[in-house]
Design a protein around this ligand. Structure first.
Ligand SMILES: [Zn+2]
Length: 364
């Protein structure tokens, strides 16, 4: 258990927005009711939903609109660190039809009241990022991505390979990528020694069980963002020390410290941000089919599905205003709900046990 430092270097914390706040002076439009806590509302017949499941379903939809320009700004940091960050972050964009506007070099954009969609900080508070468009559903005055390795702005620090790998990993999250070791295809969950891990992470990082679960457990049985097979070379894969595995370093999930965007990472990001809006619409539609299947398999009620559908709609409309989502329900009295760009979900489904909910993604 002596090797926790190694985890600290490469691990990062995924943030799930809990409570969002409205901020004046924003440059982009937030949906009117994006200020509410979502996961806590996902209860149907009194049976609370495990938020991770809901997050897992909804995460499929946290992409930015393909072909768009996402704005980014920096909190207090030196020009040299900013330039290094921009250079590394842009490596992703060679494979995605997306632009990030970091402002004008050499100083780039400093975060101010005109909130950017991605807000980068270099504080000594770990490496973390919100996933995709979650960054605009939280407090816009605060960072949405932090790189601890850039703290101090030292030339020595930014020369380190770990800085580059960390930026690539966190930017992957900012583009809506999930952890690879949490891929349902990976099966890493079965390889880990959970009791030991809970105790160690509590002692070392103060992480409680839920935080450990959110960052290490396998995601919902559906691929969240997954479009490729399990990829141990992914920049989104943690490098866990051997003591965390039942099989030690013999575990299939024991991988080295990945430092580059893998070939499958490139493929995944290209599918998520294709050349045409139609391509992304088709992608989102396939995610909708997945969501439908997963929710059916989970045996959730129609009302829960509708609520999740409304949440998905909110997510899609937030980041990709060119899309809307229609949600129809069969086997329901009232015919379900339809939301198109605005969300005023009407819970018209009287049948709380079954019902098919169809998520239909449309382009306007
Ligand atoms: Zn991460």
């Amino acid at each position: 258990m002596a090797n926790l430092t190694r985890v600290a270097l490469i691990s990062c914390m995924l943030l799930v927005p809990a409570v969002a706040h409205e901020v004046e002076g924003r440059k982009f439009t937030l949906p009117p009711s994006a200020t509410q806590t979502e996961t806590s509302q996902i209860v149907g017949d009194g049976k609370p939903f495990y938020p991770q499941i809901v997050e897992g379903v909804v995460d499929n939809f946290k992409l930015w609109q393909t072909g768009s320009t996402v704005t980014a700004c920096f909190f207090e940091s030196s020009a040299v660190v900013r330039a290094r960050f921009v250079s590394v972050a842009n490596e992703w964009l060679a494979y995605a039809k997306l632009k990030i506007d970091f402002g004008i070099e050499p100083s780039y954009r400093t975060c101010d009241a005109n909130a950017s969609q991605i807000r980068i900080a270099f504080e000594s508070k770990g490496n973390w990022s919100y996933v995709g468009s979650d960054s605009i559903r939280v407090d816009l005055t605060k960072p949405s991505l932090n790189i601890q390795d850039g703290a101090g702005n030292g030339q020595v620090l930014i020369d380190q390979l770990s800085f580059r790998a960390t930026v690539l990993h966190e930017m992957g999250h900012a583009l809506a990528l999930q952890h690879e070791h949490q891929s349902p295809e990976a099966g890493c969950e079965d390889e880990l020694k959970w009791d030991v891990i809970y105790a160690a992470f509590q002692t070392e990082y103060g992480w409680d069980k839920s935080k450990v679960d959110a960052n290490l457990r396998s995601l919902v049985k559906s691929p969240r963002f997954r479009t490729t097979e399990y990829d141990p070379k992914s920049i989104m894969h943690y490098s866990f020390p051997g003591w965390m595995f039942t099989a030690g370093e013999g575990s299939k999930c024991f991988v080295g410290h990945n430092k580059d965007i893998s070939e499958l990472d490139k493929k995944a990001i290209a599918i998520a941000y294709p050349d045409s809006p139609k391509g992304q619409m088709d992608y989102l539609r396939s995610r909708g089919d997945f969501a439908q299947q997963v929710l059916t398999d989970l045996g959730v009620t129609s009302q829960q599905k509708e609520r999740i559908g409304a949440l998905i709609n909110k997510t899609v409309v937030t980041a990709a205003p060119g899309f809307s989502i229609s949600i129809t329900a069969s086997n329901c009295s009232g015919g379900g709900i339809t939301t198109s760009g605005s969300y005023s979900p009407v819970f018209s489904c009287a049948d709380t046990k079954g019902g098919d909910i169809n998520y239909i993604i449309n382009s306007k």
